[in-house]
Design a protein around this ligand. Structure first.
Ligand code: SF4
Length: 217
């Protein structure tokens, strides 16, 4: 029998409670001091590790604090500073275009709505959700690779498209729990429900997971 939304919500909340106990400190892995820094670091973290982005950006933000500061750099100058980040050329272009939109359309401030954020150059729903959830206290499903994979395995979505996954989860997870869900599920994906070999034997939500044990040979 198909599981109803109400049953999925009840199961998801049980999962959430267990994982909150497991990962009481789960949160954003990018270091940031304000919405601007998180916005830029999230753009840079696509197909790169958060650790690498932190290593490069934390020192850089001490010198370049605002979109206007970044716009003083030419693209080759910024590329030189971001050289150790994957796809640094395209990302430098996106960062400068985003800073230009912030200065021209928002007086250098990061807007706090999805509609405005996704209109910024280079910003999609995933990046917008990271900023909305972490900086502005808005309900937000941060559909990164870990959240997508674990949510599929938990049977909370049957899609592999990030936008559809976000919409499926928004129907199931109450607004007040969406940021927490994103953080603990992301952490669970990094620690236990790994991409190649999920460690179902050690998983505290095994009894609530339809995929438990299905990956063993
Ligand atoms: S039981 Fe296995 S597949 Fe399910 S969440 Fe845990 S580690 Fe992932």
């Amino acid at each position: 029998m198909m599981e109803t939304i109400a049953h999925k919500t009840a199961r998801a909340l049980k999962i959430l409670k267990l994982l909150e106990n497991e990962y009481p400190d789960a949160g954003c892995h990018l270091d940031y001091e304000d919405p601007f820094q998180l916005l830029i670091s999230t753009l840079l973290a696509a197909q790169c590790t958060d650790e690498r982005v932190n290593m490069v950006m934390v020192p850089l933000y001490k010198e370049y604090k605002t979109p206007g500061d970044f716009l003083k750099l030419t693209q080759p100058e910024l590329e030189d500073k971001l050289r150790s980040i994957n796809f640094y050329r395209n990302k430098s272009k996106s960062v400068l275009a985003c800073c230009r939109s912030l200065v021209d359309e928002h007086n250098g401030r990061v807007p706090n709505t999805m509609d405005e954020l996704v209109k910024l150059a280079g910003v999609g729903r995933k990046t917008a959700n990271v900023v909305l959830g972490n900086c502005f206290g808005e309900p937000a499903i941060m559909a990164d690779t870990h959240l997508n994979r674990v949510s599929q395995r938990l049977g909370l979505t049957d899609s592999d498209k990030p936008e559809k996954i976000e919409m499926d989860l928004k129907k199931i997870i109450p607004d007040s729990k969406q940021v927490k869900y994103s953080h603990v599920i992301g952490q669970h994906g990094r620690s236990i429900c790994k991409a190649k070999k999920p460690m179902c034997d050690e998983c505290v939500v095994c009894k609530l997971c339809p995929s438990c044990g299905k990956f063993e040979k």
